[in-house]
Design a protein around this ligand. Sequence first.
Ligand SMILES: O=C[C@H](O)[C@H](O)[C@H](O)COP(=O)(O)O
Length: 225
Amino acid sequence: MLTQQELKQQAADAALKFVEDVAAPDTVIGVGTGSTADLFIDGLAAFKGRIRGTVASSERSAARLAALGLPVFDLNEVDFMPIYVDGADEIDSKLQMIKGGGGALTREKIVASVAARFICIADESKLVTELGKFPLPLEVIPMALASVSRMVVRLGGKPVLREGFVTDNGNAIIDIHGLAIPRAKEMETLLNDVPGVVTCGLFALQGANVALLATQDGIRRLDSR
Ligand SMILES: O=C[C@H](O)[C@H](O)[C@H](O)COP(=O)(O)O
């Protein structure tokens, strides 16, 4: 029986095969954030010298990449990335996701938007039939915490401030508990339109292109249709 850590490692290793396919002196790889992304970063070290470098979705990932000697570029210096590799807190069969458990959702969404393909790596426990059991993170500008919280209550969710947490962009995180999300794209648009919300952790309008889900029997690959 493989542990969750071993499953995450298996998913990270599977994503490295995608790096192998695109590795070239001018290739820049988009890199996500979280415990699964950390394992991917560690494996990416083997590509040092074979790729131009990386763009990171958080200060935490940037520091890990730099410590391994991998060049980390500012996104403004990069206009194309063949792949962005990141984990998820939940993913459904349409490859729509909830992300932001680590608070990096905004930068993740930005970096992913520049990449040609989003490769999601996770263990199979992240696969759900309907998104919403995992509390949905919102990155919120601090002056709007009360007004955004009232809006969340009107939508039927319970807003919980992530105490003491500050995002890489200097903002706060509100986690929405108990929100049913039958239509993720509509919910993403609605929440992103609330004044003071920088972005919500739904990645539905632009979901993953490929999911590499580690199971006890090997990698289960899902492709977007
Ligand atoms: O902000 C964090 C990210 O969205 C992560 O990708 C997500 O929380 C999954 O992290 P992990 O791989 O640690 O489960």
